[in-house]
Design a protein around this ligand. Structure first.
Ligand code: AHR
Length: 682
């Protein structure tokens, strides 16, 4: 996909719809202001907007979780990478054998006596000559970024195999622990932090210590060395910054999590995307494999071509939702795998055998009990044991992800839906209507949703900015008596300001239709530079930087300035205007009583707008306007394929004070999104 779009490509078609006036894009030479009259109809009934309209979609894609949001700094901590994730990978990927000074030794992967059956492989280290230490070095995910003076928690499981020699006399461990050193080192080997410890006994034991580097280093390494002759087994070697988001153990990278929190999302959908239904039946995301102590979780290949540790599992997702005041929206497979399974381009859907469906349905019901049941229930007790005795308050449950609507899918979906509805009528089940805004799966999906009377369905579409601008009236035409809509994945195929403005214009149409579109989330969310599998994304990052796209700021402006009531809004542009492309929505925030006017001008001419608040009792004069504007081709990040391609100039919204009243003037800048927040009363 191309990073930039030509100026010619951003010319827009002329369309006229209720609440929107769109005409042709102007040339740079002809940027005279246009005019518009905008009337906010406070004298007419307001329409309720779903309280959960704007949320986020999380999928471990582009290294969003491992190497990204999940704060673990060691790559392949459980020695379970396999070629089925990536052909060049094996159980020792990310690690190297270290022999320091005159040290001599070797290593191997073993599975004879694992910590847990779901974590079958571990590393064995044999030290023949200790020298200055024999051990392992981990490169992290593109290096390990550490900060001077901060605490890093090391933990690993280890057991002694023998001391001195491997076989025969002298191979006992009695009374002789294995002395070990753990370090943070620079790439060149300078010691940044060090701790000494020892491994003792033939049983697996968890060993922990703290490292506090004396210097910051964006590209450090983790080192563990044995310093006597003998053998040890090690597994689940972990290094975590103590300063995770909200200081949660096994938690999230603070700066990335904060960027998500700053969107003020009302919900978080997880774990995908295609990752949820998986690459074949054996690769479906099974939530039970992702809870409990991390060393007992069942990792598996990520359908996007790497490895999922499941360290960021269901408990961590739910906890994060709670921490930022967002509702959890887990998506479980509908008993079928992704239709692209096995690189089949749409014909690889596999269905769970019917005899496995009762157990699978029980797994879905158990998720609801795990999330919402009392701590005394079987699954609620597991949640409580993880440190959360109170229920999480699950309300939404997605079943299926843009599946091919086949007889096999329908049969299994209905079985799951019927069981959930019977046992948990309080849960809003969200169905799925394919990967496109129209076409066979969309039509069949909606027909099926109508047959089942589903509460909500999940629409997905990745289209051009022009498609969004031409379809601003899509939901005006939806039947209000049918299923509500979750626009679960959408994006306009680019990260320019122009893309972001097309999305902003579309979001005004979602606010206008907030009675039928109940939830919406841009996708995908995160992308680590150098690891792009899907572009565009909302936030780009490296190990040390977070680079929100321009599209991010649009999402944030809608999230921060959400309303619960849509106010009918009339808009008219000057009759001779051929050069404006304006989308507008007005909402009221229930808590503050504020009225929020959003204006999106996709065109190259400013618009002199006269705003009237028909029926307003008292408008306070002091308002705040936030404006995102500039070069329509601006992008906030460099080429995502290059690890270090960080753009120095981010386009962000600017806030300023402005005077308003029942009638006021506002010049909507060319290529801009403005949010005017007005206070009512004395
Ligand atoms: O968002 C990226 C992918 O797009 C999702 O995994 C899938 O649901 C969709 O096709």
């Amino acid at each position: 996909m191309s990073m930039t779009r030509s100026r010619a490509a951003i010319a827009a078609a002329a369309v006229s719809l209720s609440g929107i006036v769109m005409q042709n894009e102007t040339s740079a030479q002809d940027a005279a202001p246009q005019t518009a009259q905008i009337t906010i109809r406070l004298d007419q009934p307001a329409r309720p907007i779903s309280p959960d309209l704007f949320g986020i979609f999380f999928e471990d894609l582009n290294h969003a979780a491992d190497g990204g949001l999940y704060a673990e700094l060691i790559q392949n901590r459980s020695f379970d990478f396999q070629p089925n994730s990536r052909p060049t990978w094996n159980a020792l990927t990310g690690w190297e054998l270290l022999t320091r000074g005159s040290g001599k030794g070797n290593w191997a992967i073993d599975s004879a006596l694992p910590i847990h059956r779901d974590n079958p492989t571990y590393v064995v280290l044999h030290v023949n000559d200790a020298g200055d230490g024999v051990g392992l070095r981990n490169e992290g995910f593109d290096g390990i970024a550490v900060k001077a003076g901060e605490s890093y928690d090391v933990s690993f499981f280890a057991r002694q195999l023998y001391m001195n020699q491997r076989w025969g006399a002298g191979s006992s461990i009695e009374g002789k622990p294995m002395p070990m050193i753990v370090r943070l080192e620079s790439k060149e080997g300078a010691v940044l932090a060090e701790a000494s410890l020892q491994v003792e006994g033939r049983e697996w034991k968890k060993i922990t210590c703290e490292l506090k580097p004396t210097q910051s280093d964006a590209n450090a390494r983790f080192v563990v060395l044995a310093t006597a002759r003998g053998g040890v087994a090690m597994d689940e070697i972990s290094l975590f910054p103590r300063a995770t988001f909200r200081n949660r153990p096994n938690g999230l990278r603070a700066d990335l999590a904060q960027a998500l929190a700053d969107l003020k999302p009302k919900f978080i959908r997880f774990p995908g995307g295609c990752l949820a239904h998986g690459n074949g039946l054996g690769n479906m995301y099974r939530w039970k494999d992702t809870i409990g102590p991390t060393e007992t979780r069942k990792s598996q290949p990520n359908l996007w071509g790497y490895h999922q540790t499941m360290g960021l599992g269901y408990f961590e997702y739910f906890q994060f939702c709670e921490d930022i005041g967002a509702k959890p929206l887990p998506v479980v497979p509908a008993g079928v795998s992704c239709q692209n399974s096995g690189h089949t381009a749409g014909v690889g859907q596999q269905c769970l055998p019917m005899e496995e469906m009762p157990a699978y349905i029980q797994e879905v019901l158990d998720l609801i009990e795990w999330a919402n049941g009392p701590a005394t229930s079987t699954w609620g007790a597991k949640r409580a044991a993880a440190g959360h005795p109170e229920p999480f308050g699950l309300q939404y449950l997605g079943v299926g992800n843009e599946d091919h609507i086949t007889p096999g899918f329908k049969e299994r979906f209905k079985m799951i839906f019927d069981a959930v509805r019977a046992k948990h009528p309080e849960i809003t089940v969200i169905g799925t209507v394919g990967p496109s805004p129209a076409g066979r799966d969309w039509e069949e999906g909606w027909k099926f949703a109508n047959e089942l009377n589903l509460p909500m369905v999940d629409e997905h579409y990745y289209e051009s900015p022009e498609w969004y601008l031409k379809n601003l009236g899509r939901y005006d035409k939806y039947d209000r008596s049918k299923s509500k809509v979750y626009l679960g994945e959408y994006a306009s195929r680019g990260n320019t300001l122009h893309n972001a403005l097309a999305e902003a214009a579309y979001l005004t149409s979602l606010e206008r239709n907030g009675d039928v579109v109940h939830l919406a989330s841009y996708a995908p969310l995160l992308c680590k530079l150098g690891h792009v599998q899907w572009h565009p994304d909302l936030i780009y990052f490296t190990n040390t930087q977070v680079m929100p796209s321009v599209n991010y700021y649009v999402q944030q402006m809608f999230g921060v300035h959400a309303g619960q009531f849509y106010l009918p809004t009339d808009i008219a542009t000057s009759e001779n205007s051929e050069k404006s492309l304006l989308a507008v929505s007005s909402v009221r925030d229930k808590t503050s009583g504020d009225i929020i006017l959003k204006l999106v001008n996709v065109a190259g001419n400013p618009v002199n707008a006269k705003v009237s608040m028909a029926g307003a009792k008292k408008v306070r004069p002091d308002a705040v306007v936030s404006v995102l504007s500039g070069d329509p081709l601006h992008v906030n990040h460099g080429d995502p394929r290059a690890r270090d391609n960080v753009s120095p100039t981010a386009m962000i919204p600017r806030d300023s004070a402005m005077q308003v009243g029942a009638d006021f003037d506002y010049t909507v800048p060319a290529h801009s999104f403005s949010v005017i927040r007005m206070r009512m009363g004395d």
